[in-house]
Each structure stands twice: as structure tokens, then as C-alpha cells.
Write a protein that binds this ligand. Sequence first.
Ligand SMILES: [Zn+2]
Length: 186
Amino acid sequence: MSVLEVLKYPHPVLKQVAKKIDSIDQDLKVLANNMLETMYKAPGVGLAAPQVGHSIRMVVIDTRPKDDDGNFTDEDMTELEKAVTYPLVLVNPVITKKEGTIKWEEGCLSVPGYVEEVERAAYVEVNHSTIDGEEVTLKADSLLAVCVQHEIDHLDGKVFIERLSQLKFDRIRKLIKKNGYDQPEA
Ligand SMILES: [Zn+2]
């Protein structure tokens, strides 16, 4: 497995609508594993294929909390979050149901150093294929719901700062333009 370079906003690949995946082959499985490695190393809780330069509809997610020793724990997870087998690899995810609203402080490996509160659906159902080609439905709330929506946004060419008010978005975009990501000032 290898750690991949994560593209930074406003890289053009991050603005493209990613292509649907027609077939799952060995190359795709290798990419999924490398994306997981990249996500864990960062560390992050989710990563979408466009963030590593592949404009295709696949995301990896692992939102499990960690204890003081750095081991995964299911403490503070919701029942829906506990019901999931981690890590998640979602191929061609499609949100089929959204309910309620939730606000969460989000960050992004493609916009390092910036954290802002974003409002999203509190509960989502997502049809997707597993990396083994099985068609399944994911039911998610809390952080997992937030993360799934954040990652699927990447597949539609959107980063989380574009979900903020125009004022906040303009401020962050200016800071990025001025400072790059070497000395971010959020
Ligand atoms: Zn992101």
C-alpha cells in the first residue's frame, strides 16, 4: 500500500463531477487500499477519489473515534454508526433519503487548516456498491452522516467551504490565495 498525494483546493480535479464506475477490477481495489492508507496517515475520517486525482465515484470512510491509546473505540457512537463494518468503501454512492438537519465542524484534507460549521442532513440513506460488487444500503446519522455527505460532495465537484455563506467562503478563499496552505490562518 502507498500514501498518495492529496490535491489541495482549488485544484481543477476537485471541481469536476466524477464519473460513475462501470466495473470493479484489481486496480480499483488497489486504489481503495491506497486511499485508506492515505486517509489514516493524514489522519482523516474520509477521502474521496478526486482528492487523490481520480475523477471517479468512490470514497473511503472511517469515522470511528479513538481512545487515549489511539485504538478504535465505539464509545459515543450512535447505534447506526455501531452497526457499520469499518472501514467503509463506497462505490457509486447515491443518497436516496435525507431527514432533519445537523451542524458539525468540518475540515477537509484538501483545505488543510480550515474548520467551519456546516449544516447538513442529520440522517441519510445511501445506496452504493461495496468494493466486492455487492449492492447495499447504508443508513447513517451523526458524524457518519456528515462525513458521507461531505465525501459525496467531492464526487460532485464541491468542497465544504462552498457550503458556507458567501461572506465566509470569500474570506477563506482570499486567505488561501494569499497564504497558500503553508501558514493557514482560519
Ligand atoms: Zn473533504
